[in-house]
Design a protein around this ligand. Structure first.
Ligand code: 13P
Length: 256
C-alpha cells in the first residue's frame, strides 16, 4: 500500500511544560503557521492546560490531546485522570505508554495494555509508545522487544479498534538527548512494527496503521525521517514547544 494513503500525524508531546496561560500563547503562535497542513496536527498537553489549549485551538486544525489516562472510570486513584474525564471535556486523543512513564513511574506493558483498553472503550484515539533502551539496542533485541511491547499493549484490541491506534516508535536513547535515530534505523523498526501488526491482524491493518517516529526529531532532521516509507509522522518533544520548529516539521510531513 502506498504510504500516501495512510494518515500522517504530527503530534507534539509537551510533557511537563507550560502553564495554562503559556499553553494558550503557544497554541496561538503555532496555529497560523500550520493552518495549511495537509497532515493531522496534534498537541498533547499537561492535563491542567487542556482547557486553555482547546480554547486557543478552537476553529483551527490543531487537535488537543492528553499525555496519559488511567484504566478505571473513577475511584481511589490519587493523582490519576480517567479516559472518561478526558472525553467529557472534548479530548479525543491520548498518549499511552510513553517511555518516561515506563522509566520514572513504574508503567509496565501490562498497565499500558489496561490504559489502552480503557482509552479505546471511552472512544479515544491512542498514540501508543514503544521503544528500546540503548542497552537493549546494544544487546541486539530491539526488534523482539518492540514487537513484544506492541503485542502486549494491543492484547484484546480488535482490528476495528486498531483504526484508533497510532503507534509511536520512540527509541529511549534518542529522547531528549539530541541523538536521533538515523532515518534507516527509524524506518527499520517502524517496518518491524508494521510486520508485527500484519502477523497479529492482517496485511490490510498493517498497511493502514499510522506509525510515527519520535526522539529528537527537529526542524533539521524531520524531512529525512518523514521521507522514509514506513515513517508516517512524528511524536515531537522539545521541538513542539518552538512554534517555528514545530511548523517546519509539519511542513516536512506534508512533503514526505
Ligand atoms: P524529544 O523530541 O524532546 O526528544 O522527545 C521525544 C518524545 O519523547 C516525544 O514523546
Amino acid at each position: 500500500m502506498n504510504k500516501a494513503l495512510r494518515k500522517v500525524v504530527i503530534a507534539g508531546n509537551w510533557k511537563m511544560n507550560k502553564t495554562p496561560a503559556e499553553a494558550k500563547e503557544l497554541i496561538a503562535a503555532i496555529a497560523p503557521l500550520v493552518k495549511d497542513a495537509d497532515c493531522e496536527v496534534v498537541a498533547c498537553t499537561p492535563f491542567v492546560d487542556l482547557t486553555s489549549a482547546q480554547e486557543a485551538a478552537a476553529g483551527t486544525n490543531i487537535q488537543i490531546g492528553a499525555e496519559n489516562c488511567h484504566w478505571e472510570v473513577s475511584g481511589a486513584y490519587t493523582g490519576e485522570i480517567s479516559a472518561q474525564m478526558l472525553t467529557s471535556m472534548g479530548v479525543n486523543i491520548v498518549i499511552i505508554g510513553h517511555s518516561e512513564r515506563r522509566q520514572y513511574f513504574g508503567e509496565t506493558d501490562v498497565t499500558v495494555q489496561k490504559r489502552v483498553r480503557a482509552a479505546l472503550d471511552a472512544g479515544l484515539t491512542v498514540i501508543l509508545c514503544v521503544g528500546e533502551t540503548l542497552e537493549q539496542r546494544e544487546q541486539g533485541i530491539t526488534s523482539e522487544l518492540v514487537a513484544m511491547q506492541t503485542k502486549i499493549a494491543l492484547g484484546g484490541v480488535t482490528e476495528e479498534e486498531l483504526k484508533r491506534i497510532i503507534i509511536a516508535y520512540e527509541p529511549v536513547w534518542a529522547i531528549g538527548t539530541g541523538k536521533t535515530a538515523t532515518a534507516e534505523q527509524a524506518n527499520e523498526v517502524c517496518h518491524t512494527i508494521r510486520e508485527c501488526i500484519a502477523s497479529v491482524y492482517s496485511q490490510a491493518a498493517a498497511d493502514g496503521i499510522t506509525i510515527q517516529y519520535g526522539g529528537s526529531m527537529n526542524a533539521g532532521n524531520a524531512a529525512e525521517l518523514l521521507a522514509q516509507p514506513d515513517v508516517d509522522g512524528g511524536l515531537i518533544g522539545g521541538a513542539s514547544l518552538k512554534p517555528n520548529d514545530f511548523a517546519t516539521i509539519v511542513k516536512a510531513a506534508t512533503e514526505g
